[in-house]
Design a protein around this ligand. Structure first.
Ligand code: SF4
Ligand code: ZN
Length: 435
């Protein structure tokens, strides 16, 4: 659930990275031998995950740079005349992509874009990390503020039938915004941080579900689908995820220290864990699989020739292949128009201003000793471990189905998680922002 990259107090070079409980990486920078197996001089501090080479920082970083350079050249991802945009998420992948492209192509027109989707505490927090990253890399940044520009947030979808599929709506809206913003900013290429493990886990997930058409589209370069659209490229696709984390740690990139409250463990994340454990026995496995998919399997997939017709969306004017001429984004946004009250959070002042609180129950989700020391009048203690067990969570709150439930903690994050999870279970839950 938590995401952190931190330096331990005892050692200035101990990094840990946890994301949505599914991906955990640790990296302690310490000598792994006398000399690097490539340059034979500097001290090795990192092992390549796909070979058992122990390398110094310089040689390790040069290998990653070479992988990106080879990918860009081999697949002709962009040229001098292109305007390349990177949609920064605050995570390690897009941050490392920005760092490597900036370093390898200093004269390239490169810019960062951040989509602030208005997700609780999370979006603003990430925006700060992205701003620090762009400052460090001297990368121009455009911030698109969804609540300001479009009048809704991704969290608002917990009030719709998509409440259990917020990530799917978010994906549709992000893809739409990638296209729209690329046009607004005149970008000809969008570079994304998809890496080797992303690609392989998605290939395998799609393979097991028999969706060969989607596998065919999952290649290092996707040409524009609609006229005037930017080309999409994946310069990191030769790099294993763990090594991207090592680059982020060694380069001390400012990453976001928390995870999106909607993040879930998806089938593709489970596939990544499986792949990772198989690679422990065969370090070359990931590259073998990549080669099989790219060189053998994908060329064999024959798709039915369907003449792709597209129109412009009657609501927003963007291209769509939807037969009813309303694009996926506008269909989803229309659901929000039926929701009159989308309030999820109260400030202390707003809470104090509510005169009749008969209908309300207050829950304190801080540590028990803090609750026992002091708490808001009428508050009950709730252990935050309930968040890890949806059935137990539902059972605990079932008796209060008709009440309004107010949650608070120290920073408003844990209580926001309670609010969202219970909203998805159709409770009337709210967060109280104390700070
Ligand atoms: Fe969007 Fe889901 Fe990612 Fe959050 S975890 S940013 S909701 S796709
Ligand atoms: Zn539309």
């Amino acid at each position: 659930m938590v995401f952190r990259i931190f330096r331990c107090k005892e050692s200035a070079l101990n990094f840990q990275y946890l994301k949505c409980g599914a991906e955990t990486y640790q990296f302690e920078v310490k000598p792994l031998g006398k000399s690097c197996q490539l340059c034979k001089s500097a001290t090795p501090i990192v092992t390549l995950t796909t070979q058992s080479l122990k390398l110094c920082k310089g040689c390790f970083l040069r290998i990653q740079e070479r992988r990106v350079l080879e990918a860009v050249k081999k697949y002709k991802m962009f040229g001098d005349e292109d305007k390349v945009g990177i949609f920064l998420s605050g995570g390690k992948d897009s941050s490392v992509l920005a760092l490597l492209l900036k370093r390898l192509f200093p004269r390239l027109h490169l810019e960062g874009v951040y989509l602030n989707l208005g997700i609780g505490y999370y979006s603003n927090y990430v925006e700060e990390a992205v701003r620090r990253l762009c400052e460090k890399l001297q990368l121009p940044l455009t911030v698109y503020h969804l609540p300001v520009r479009d009048g809704f947030t991704i969290d608002d979808f917990v009030f719709t039938d998509f409440k259990d599929k917020v990530c799917s709506v978010c994906g549709t809206i992000k893809r739409y915004l990638f296209s729209r913003l690329a046009k607004e900013l005149g970008l000809t290429v969008i570079a994304t941080g998809h890496h080797l493990d992303d690609l392989l886990s998605t290939y395998l997930t799609l393979f097991f579900s028999g969706d060969f058409e989607s596998i065919k589209r999952l290649v290092p370069v996707n040409p524009p689908f609609f006229p005037g659209q930017a080309k999409k490229v994946k310069p990191l696709f030769f790099i294993p995820e763990r090594e991207i984390f090592y680059v982020a740690a060694l380069e001390e990139l400012p990453l976001e220290p928390c995870s999106c409250p909607h993040g879930e463990i998806t089938p593709s994340k489970r596939m990544k864990q499986w792949l990772e454990s198989l690679s422990q026995e065969n370090r070359a496995l990931k590259y073998q699989l990549l080669s099989v998919f790219l060189k053998k399997f994908i060329p064999m997939i024959k798709l039915d020739e369907v003449a792709e017709t597209f129109n412009t969306c009657l609501k927003c004017g963007e291209y769509t292949s939807s037969p009813n001429q309303i694009c996926g984004r506008c269909r989803r946004v229309a659901l929000l128009e039926r929701v009159s009250d989308r309030k999820l959070e109260f400030t202390m002042e707003e809470w104090d201003a509510i005169s009749d609180k008969n209908d309300w129950l207050i829950f304190d989700v801080r540590e028990k000793e803090d609750f026992l020391r002091e708490h808001l009048e009428g508050a009950q203690f709730v252990p935050h471990s309930l968040l890890d067990d949806e059935k137990a969570l539902y059972k605990f709150f079932k008796p209060y189905k008709n009440k309004r439930l107010l949650f608070y903690c120290y920073s408003g994050r844990l209580s926001y998680l309670f609010t969202l999870k219970l909203r998805k279970l159709s409770f009337k839950a709210y967060n109280l922002r104390i700070s």
